[in-house]
Design a protein. Structure first.
Length: 152
């Protein structure tokens, strides 16, 4: 990717990067963005000295880099899903529907691993839809409800 244009306008640099990102997306992802079924999120990049590893998500979307600490290994779920990255992705979402759409394609064993990672108990006997709902409520729902209480 290119940086800010020489002598450049910051907005032009950002638009250039967004254009590069969009060019790398599938037609389905671009259509989802255009129809409002998907969003772009601002994620801070790690400093140049940090280690970075790709994250394998549950879908065919391009993976986002995740910072790694040399002393803290990534805890993968049984299928290799990065639980720390999944937790961060849920933290970045503002609507319950986004979380549900993100988690629904996951295998139940990965959802259970994420539940353990997030500290949820008693999820072993839940059906997949119930587990997705619990995970979304634990992350996005809790944050949305807290913001509503603070707004009063």
């Amino acid at each position: 990717m290119t940086g800010t244009p020489p002598g450049g306008d910051l907005a032009a640099g950002v638009l250039a990067r967004v254009g590069e990102l969009l060019a790398g997306l599938s037609a389905a992802d671009v259509a989802a963005l255009a129809q409002g079924r998907a969003r772009l999120a601002v994620v801070p990049v790690t400093p140049a000295g940090d280690l970075v590893a790709p994250v394998d998500g549950p879908s065919d979307r391009p993976a986002a880099p995740t910072p790694l600490s040399p002393t803290a290994p990534v805890r993968p779920a049984p299928s290799g899903v990065d639980l720390d990255a999944a937790s961060a992705a849920l933290d970045a979402m503002a609507r319950r529907g986004d979380g549900t759409a993100y988690l629904t394609p996951w295998a139940i064993r990965d959802l259970r691993a994420l539940a353990v990672h997030l500290g949820l108990r008693g999820v072993g006997g839940l059906r997949k839809a119930e587990l997705v709902e619990r995970l979304v409520e634990r992350t996005i729902g809790f944050r949305v409800a807290s913001a509503a209480v603070r707004a009063r």
